[in-house]
Design a protein around this ligand. Sequence first.
Ligand code: ATR
Length: 271
Amino acid sequence: MSDLYCVFGNPVGHSKSPAIHSAFARQTGQDMRYEAKLAPLDGFAEAVHAFIQAGGRGGNVTVPFKEEACRLSTRLTPRAELAGAVNTLCFDGDEILGDNTDGAGLTRDLMVNLDCTLKGRRILLLGAGGAARGVLAPLLDAQPDALVVANRTSGKAHALAARFAAHGPVVGCAYPDLAGQSFDLVINATSASLSGELPPLHTGIFATGSLAYDMMYGKDDTPFMAFAAQHGAAQVADGLGMLIEQAAEAFFVWRGIRPDGAPVMAQLRGA
Ligand code: ATR
């Protein structure tokens, strides 16, 4: 019987993870099956245990269960512990190992797929929720000159910067504090794009040659991407590459083989 994996979410019908992991399995010749599991909002733990009983070997976790998955794990990898969230589970006997591949997925998409240098650069991270927290440590590991976290509720940005201060030069601020500053890389980790909104940025925020990156993706450009293209960003990208690369990293955690994200990216863009 094929090894069984799934993604837990609610909603989960829109998830691209089954298509991505099925493509990875074909590419690497791994005998595995991957499906989407709709977990009830108050029944995540039960859904995980039922899947383990059915022979599940591992899973991905998406909205809104990443923090609950952290609590359910019997052991956490250091990067999941730092993120305070889990997007990848490995089941082995009684152990539920929680990992987080989101940050690695983002930095790989930035540095490998988009050929963006992070070392010595000025990075602006918009938002201070779970999505921002999950990528702070890997961004700081890449040794930027400065990493500024801006958030509507500035206290959350200050708290996040304080939490990661030991990892590198990170400061928190409110949007008005960005006046007069520009950045080589601006990453939108807010949920503003979900409601068709744009964080309150000034028009000079994008330095010459800069990359604007939205962690969200959709059929059309997000308001942040459109704003960036209009106001001087040299390159604009959505989060589809991050989605594929976090999946490739999860696949590596489970199977010990790293699939190539590029053909899957081409396939999904085509679709
Ligand atoms: P996630 O886990 O996806 O990061 P979250 O924890 O709800 O979600 O955080 C959402 C983030 O998007 C927060 O930083 C939020 O700002 P506040 O902390 O001030 O609420 C930010 N956000 C959402 N809508 C926004 C908007 N229209 N403009 C600016 N920031 C926005």
